[in-house]
Design a protein around this ligand. Structure first.
Ligand SMILES: Nc1ncnc2c1ncn2[C@@H]1O[C@H](COP(=O)(O)OP(=O)(O)OP(=O)(O)O)[C@@H](O)[C@H]1O
Ligand SMILES: [Mg+2]
Length: 151
């Protein structure tokens, strides 16, 4: 769990205004914990306040940049994301993080960071970081460099 937060923090440290992070992984995989890590990396002091925004769809936190934390779990379609003006958030000055992104792929921008968390055991997780779009090429290189330093 600490390592999930640590990797999230490493990612969060590298994110820039307007970046979009799509999180996938089954129930309890650790998407919210990873988001806590992103918030930590963005300088949010109280990451305990970073909890699942299931009922409100999006919650905002303030780090160096605004953090828009979405949870699409309960949504039937991307329409409900459009209703809350998700595009306005994605194109805004903050960082957008979407749990259960696969449910609302249609509303995501063409370019995004993709994080997939797999449950390997009770406390063991496999976390894959990839990206779609040239925008994140440098980000990915930086992640690889920093992950090397963790080992
Ligand atoms: N290595 C790990 N990384 C993350 N969480 C872990 C790990 N090991 C155990 N856990 C536990 O797994 C659960 C992950 O919960 P979390 O809310 O972050 O998942 P989630 O993917 O957001 O779930 P949901 O789909 O319900 O939103 C927590 O109870 C946490 O304590
Ligand atoms: Mg969650």
């Amino acid at each position: 769990m600490e390592q999930t937060i640590e990797l999230g923090s490493l990612v969060g440290f590298l994110l820039k205004a307007g970046d979009v992070v799509a999180l996938s992984g089954q129930l309890g995989a650790g998407k919210t914990h990873f988001t806590k890590g992103i918030a930590k990396g963005q300088g949010v002091k109280d990451i305990k306040a970073v909890t699942s925004p299931s009922y409100v769809i999006v919650k905002q936190h303030t780090g160096r940049l605004p953090i828009y934390h979405f949870d699409a779990y309960r949504l039937k379609s991307a329409d409900e994301m459009y209703e809350i003006d998700c595009v306005g958030f994605f194109w805004g000055e903050g960082i957008s993080i979407i749990e259960w992104a696969e449910k609302v792929m249609e509303c995501l921008p063409d370019e995004f960071i993709k994080i997939t968390i797999n449950i390997l055991g009770k406390t063991s997780r496999g976390i894959n970081v990839s990206y779609q779009g040239e925008r994140y090429r440098n980000f990915m290189e930086e992640v690889k460099e920093k992950v090397k330093c963790l080992k």
